[in-house]
Design a protein around this ligand. Structure first.
Ligand SMILES: Nc1ncnc2c1ncn2[C@@H]1O[C@H](COP(=O)(O)OP(=O)(O)OP(=O)(O)O)[C@@H](O)[C@H]1O
Length: 220
């Protein structure tokens, strides 16, 4: 369903990753590992269509994403290092703004609920953000900001999640919450590709690991 064929990405005139060839079926996760500077963020950005490909192609539902970018973007949720949140908005405003932009779908979310307000409340409770819902993000910690970015995933129904080091800045309880969310997403037939320095211990066993190494990319 999501396939990457002979992909190569260059930056600053230098090949950063090359020869990436894999496909990810619904219900599967891909964890991308590698040392600092090995190209994890570069690869994920290219997979999200944020960087041009030097070679190869990325296909979603059988179509090259460059030919059907709208369809691809409408089904993609991307969370990068910068979280994509606004410091000037409150937690609730950030979440609702994401829904307006289509980062999260309204109403309801991936728990099947059709009541946007109650679903928002539930996700904010689970993320420990409920008491902070009227606080501007400029007043939150890095981990709290990360929770906001990830909470938006739970409020959407996007089948494809591309996440750059989602566990960054999360404490143990937020990590458990996020891991459970990934499991739920996979069990519902979603796909997750994420970069990480710490393997995500997902209960859903269907995980492949891509290691970016000096000698090339290695899939296990
Ligand atoms: N804008 C850019 N222009 C040119 N080269 C870049 C640019 N951004 C990153 N690079 C180079 O691309 C390579 C891969 O960087 P990337 O950020 O993808 O690595 P990473 O594996 O995600 O690293 P980290 O684990 O530190 O987050 C690095 O050598 C970096 O210097």
């Amino acid at each position: 369903m999501y396939s990457i064929e002979q992909l190569a990405v260059e930056r600053g005139g230098r090949t950063i990753v090359s020869g990436i060839d894999l496909s990810i079926e619904p219900g599967w996760a891909l964890q991308i590992h590698g040392a600092n500077g090995s190209g994890k963020t570069t690869l994920l950005s290219a997979l999200a269509g944020l960087l041009p490909l030097a070679r190869g192609r990325v296909c979603w539902r059988g179509d090259d994403v460059r030919r059907a970018p709208r369809q691809f973007r409408s089904e993609l949720a991307y969370v990068g290092h910068a979280n994509g949140v606004s410091d000037d908005l409150t937690v609730l405003e950030n979440i609702r703004f994401a829904a307006l932009l289509g980062t999260a779908d309204a109403p309801g979310g991936n728990d099947g609920s059709n009541d946007p307000a109650s679903h928002e409340d539930k996700v904010l409770e689970q993320t420990g953000l409920h008491a902070l819902r009227h606080t501007r993000l400029s007043r939150l910690s890095q981990g709290q900001r990360r929770r906001v970015a990830l909470a938006r995933l739970m409020l959407g129904r996007k089948p494809l999640w591309l996440l750059d080091e989602p566990g960054d800045a999360l404490d143990a309880s937020a990590t458990d919450w996020f891991t459970a969310c990934v499991d739920t997403h996979l069990r519902a037939g979603g796909i997750v590709a994420l970069t990480t320095h710490r393997p995500l211990e997902s209960g859903a066993a269907r995980t492949r690991h891509l290691y970016l190494e000096r000698s090339g990319a290695c899939l296990k």
